[in-house]
Design a protein around this ligand. Structure first.
Ligand SMILES: O=C(O)CCC(=O)C(=O)O
Ligand SMILES: [Fe+2]
Length: 344
């Protein structure tokens, strides 16, 4: 049920729920440049009734790039079943809020908050009614409407800080300089050209890595990165459908003519290109890649592998004897450049 059809005086701010979410899901770091806070916006009222009330597994669609999560509040109403299961990267947590009016803690409100990219589902309600309010959670600047004193986290106390600091003190690039990359482990709606709340909305380990790099004065940047290996894989699938000889040649040329396999964008936003004359594909793509971003150093060291779904990055159409239209996807990554010794 949409918010136009009901009203509620339930206030997650005054109950400290929003404050808790801010501290756990978007912790503030001492001295951080990303002073972020949480705004919760009532989204829907859901009623699940036995015998068949359930919500099959899904991922909530962010309403804007600054939405980082969802809050589910379960109001006290007698029911059984209807467990909420939340999953991320193979881990699963079950929230079982079944209750009965005979229980001493019946009048208790239960809640769960999770990052937007966590898959979740509601199992079948086996008796009674399960009533929930859902809120969209947005990252906002400043202290927001926090009720308590914010607990700040000293990043230098994290084992991650110690590990990264020790590794980097041994100069992984042997004085020659190089690029260090971290593919984000959470998904972000990062490709909006106007609303670009990253790094403020970085989640979990992504936020921790960002803060560690910041603390070590490494000037990290968050970028959309095209992983050209992905494009080759896509092409391999395509080969099953037997592309024409000229398509195969064009792709082979493309593969040998790009200087490296990763291109980092200069700005966020989907790029739409049109070509009216038929340039060879490798030249066309090189032109697009160099105007949209820059090729990353071939020796770039990656700390992770891309796990999140990629976002549409470049769509291009070429007109001519043989019209083509293609799309290229990117992932969100945190990048640090190390200057060569003596040039810093
Ligand atoms: O009612 C719930 O527990 C969750 C509802 C939900 O996942 C949604 O509205 O997207
Ligand atoms: Fe949901």
């Amino acid at each position: 049920m949409d918010t136009t059809a009901f009203c509620s005086t339930f206030d997650p701010y005054s109950l400290g729920i929003v404050d808790t979410i801010a501290q756990v899901l978007l912790p503030s770091i001492v001295d951080s440049s990303t002073h972020r806070s949480v705004r919760a916006e009532l989204y829907k009222l859901n009623l699940y009734t036995s015998p068949s009330g359930k919500f099959k597994k899904h991922v909530d669609t962010p309403r804007s790039p600054s939405q980082f999560g969802s809050l589910v509040v379960c109001l006290p109403l007698e029911h059984e079943g209807g467990q909420l299961k939340v999953r991320h990267e193979g881990r699963e947590i079950t929230y079982d809020w079944a209750t009965s009016s005979k229980k001493p803690d019946y009048a208790t409100v239960r809640w769960a908050a999770f990052y937007s990219d966590c898959e979740h589902e509601i199992l079948e309600v086996t008796s009674g009614h399960r009533l929930t309010l859902t809120y969209n959670l947005y990252a906002v600047r400043g202290t927001g409407r926090m009720t308590g004193v914010s607990q700040t986290l000293d990043i230098t106390h994290l084992p991650l800080y110690q590990a990264v600091s020790t590794t980097l003190s041994q100069d992984p690039f042997g004085g020659e300089g190089g690029t260090l990359g971290f593919w984000c482990s959470h998904a972000y709606a990062f490709n909006d050209p106007i609303e670009t709340p990253l790094p403020d909305t970085l989640k979990g380990v992504d936020a921790a890595i960002w803060e560690v790099f910041q603390k070590l004065n490494l000037n990290p940047t968050v970028s959309a990165v095209i992983e050209l290996e992905d494009e080759w894989r896509w092409f391999e699938d395509w080969e099953d459908n037997e592309p024409s000889e000229s398509d195969v040649e064009a792709h082979q040329l493309w593969e040998t003519s790009v200087p490296t396999k990763q291109v980092a964008g200069k700005a966020f936003g989907v790029l739409i290109e049109q070509y009216y004359q038929e340039l060879p594909e490798d030249q066309r793509l090189n032109e697009i890649f160099t105007s949209w971003g820059r090729y990353l150093d071939g020796k770039t060291q990656w700390l992770t592998t891309p796990v999140t779904k990629s976002e549409l990055q470049i769509a291009y159409a070429a007109y001519g004897n043989q019209a083509t239209a293609e799309t290229i996807y990117s992932h969100c990554a945190i990048i640090v450049e190390f200057p060569a010794k003596g040039t810093a």
